[in-house]
Structures are given as structure tokens and as C-alpha cells.
Design a protein around this ligand. Structure first.
Ligand code: GRG
Length: 298
């Protein structure tokens, strides 16, 4: 098959999975009268702004790689996007990164107000667990709930964010930087793959391959994010760029230089693609997604 045909097939698959994800998210935000209308509007404002949907795509592609249909994995895919979106809303707050633009739209606290943005995030975090608890297949329910809670909790997403806001001397090194990113960015990426695997009834070997893929993809994603913050196009990114260097933050290009950072991202993506190879033909979409993460411009 030609490379062009493969690329077109991947793009078509992305389009079709994203359509299913959007429909699932829409279903999750059909709120009744008990949900205040303005709170619902704030949730929809952030959730339905243009986004890549990387984490839900990983849930679905991991499940497919195990030879399972995506239907059973759609709730977990929606749940992880709820948690990711909550983390963006809270990250943008004045007490944290204080951003005015996200996903090409005014941030939630700018479009609404600070209290509404805090509550929208709180609501999405809680609802994510309701979505999984009510809809995840029985065989994967306990592991999905527990692993999702751990990935979103104090040892991962929240702890990584805390250390990013309050870096200690220990974090002023490559190992320190990676410790933050494995928790702040990597944990949600990895749990997406693990949930997809659990729902797709992955074998121990397949789960280990998904984990290695997730470890490499998560770090590479962050390196590319740092590079885009330095050189990316603000209108494509849908958020303000150059913030990390302005804030004197520790970043990969700051520590390694741009060329070495690009090389490290490429090496990690090569390792992720190798891990996807464990699934043979069925891992082709995960492989293509890893390439997309390296080549992305937003
Ligand atoms: C507030 C608990 C809490 C955590 C915040 C999300 C986050 C942790 C910080 C955001 C800062 C940042 C730029 C992290 C780098 C990686 C990242 C999460 C980028 C945004 O995710 P994308 O690129 O965005 O997948 P879309 O909008 O496409 O979903």
C-alpha cells in the first residue's frame, strides 16, 4: 500500500473516531433542569471548543488494537476528556497559569467568571467518574475507576501540577523535569491506553506494550508541547505561546536545546511505534498516531 493511501486511511479513521467521541460527549452534556443553565453553558464552552481529543482517541485505539469493538470503550473515552478539560479550565485560572485563551476561545473564567470556572471543573471531574461507574463493562469497571482516580489524583495530575507551580531545587534537572511531566501530562495519557486495554481484554503482554507506548508518547507529547510553546503559531495553537520562557519555566528546549529536544522526541516516538508493533496490523493506527504527535503543529 502506498504511503499516501495509508495516510488517507489514517485520516479517515481519525475523522470517524472523533465523530463518535463528539457524539458521546454531547450525550454526556444533555443536562436536566437540576443543573444550572449557566454552569452547563460553561462546561460546554470549554468541552466543545476545538480540541484534538488525543486522550479519548488513545482509549479507543488501544481497545481496537486488542481486537475489540470501540462501543464499550466510548464512556471511558468521554470520561478522560472530561478530566483533561477540567484540568485545562483550572490550569487557566488566575491562581495558576492565568491564561485568557484556550482551544481558540476565551478561557472559561474569562467567558464566564472565576467561581463558575472553578465549579465547571469540579463538576466535570465528578461527572467523569459517574460516566465510567454507570457505563463501563463489568470486567474493566474496578480497574478503570481505580486507575483513573489515581491518574487524576495527588500522586499524578494534581501532584505534577503542584510541583510545576512550586518547583524545588530537585526539579531543576532533566530527571526532575521528567518527574513532573510523567505525572502532569503522562499519567492521563497512560491511563487512557490502560483503560482501552482493560476494556479490550488485553493480555499481560499487550498491557505492557500499551504502557511502554504510553510512557514514550506522553513524554514526547510534552517535549513537542515545549517546542511549540517556543516556535508554534498562536493562531493554530489556540492559546498564547511563549509563556514558558517568559515565566522562566524549566522546559526541554531550555535544558537540552532545540535540536536535542527534537531528537529526544523523535527517539521516544520511534520507541512508541515499536511498542505498537506488538499488535501487528492492529497496532497500525497507534503507530500512525505516534507519528502525528511528533509532527503536530497545534
Ligand atoms: C489543574 C490539576 C490541574 C492540572 C493541570 C493540563 C495541565 C495540568 C496543565 C496544562 C499546561 C500544559 C500546557 C500542559 C502540557 C500538555 C497539555 C496538557 C497540553 C494540552 O493538551 P492538548 O494539546 O490540548 O491535548 P487539546 O486542547 O487538544 O485537548
Amino acid at each position: 500500500m502506498s504511503a499516501d493511501f495509508e495516510a488517507a486511511r489514517f485520516q479517515e479513521h481519525l475523522r470517524s473516531l472523533r465523530q463518535r467521541i463528539e457524539a458521546q460527549l454531547a450525550g454526556c452534556t444533555e443536562y436536566g433542569p437540576e443543573v444550572p443553565a449557566r454552569l452547563a453553558a460553561a462546561i460546554r464552552h470549554s468541552l466543545f471548543a476545538p480540541a484534538k481529543r488525543l486522550r479519548p482517541l488513545l482509549v479507543l485505539m488501544a481497545c481496537e488494537a486488542c481486537g475489540y469493538g470501540i462501543e464499550a470503550a466510548l464512556p471511558a473515552a468521554a470520561a478522560v476528556e472530561f478530566i483533561h478539560t477540567y484540568s485545562l479550565i483550572h490550569d487557566d485560572l488566575p491562581a495558576m497559569d492565568d491564561d485568557e485563551l484556550r482551544r481558540g476561545r476565551p478561557t472559561c473564567h474569562v467567558a464566564f467568571d472565576e467561581a463558575t470556572a472553578i465549579l465547571a471543573g469540579d463538576a466535570m471531574l465528578a461527572q467523569a467518574f459517574e460516566i465510567v461507574a454507570a457505563n463501563c463493562p463489568a470486567w474493566a469497571l474496578q480497574s478503570c475507576l481505580q486507575e483513573l482516580a489515581r491518574a487524576a489524583g495527588p500522586g499524578n495530575l494534581v501532584g505534577g501540577q503542584y510541583d510545576d507551580l512550586n518547583p524545588t531545587e530537585l526539579e531543576q534537572s532533566l530527571a526532575g523535569l521528567e518527574r513532573i511531566h510523567r505525572r502532569k501530562t503522562g499519567a492521563l495519557i497512560k491511563v487512557s491506553l490502560r483503560m482501552g486495554g482493560a476494556i479490550g481484554q488485553a493480555s499481560a503482554t499487550q498491557l505492557a506494550a500499551l504502557e511502554r507506548y504510553g510512557d514514550c508518547l506522553g513524554l514526547a507529547f510534552q517535549i513537542v508541547d515545549d517546542l511549540l510553546d517556543l516556535r508554534g503559531d498562536e493562531s493554530k495553537m489556540g492559546k498564547k505561546t511563549g509563556k514558558d520562557s517568559e515565566a522562566g519555566k524549566l522546559t526541554y528546549p531550555g535544558l537540552l536545546g532545540e535540536a536535542a529536544s527534537q531528537q529526544r522526541a523523535a527517539d521516544l516516538i520511534a520507541e512508541a511505534r515499536q511498542a505498537a508493533g506488538t499488535f501487528g496490523e492492529r497496532g497500525a493506527y497507534l503507530e500512525a498516531l505516534a507519528r502525528y504527535v511528533l509532527e503536530r503543529n497545534h
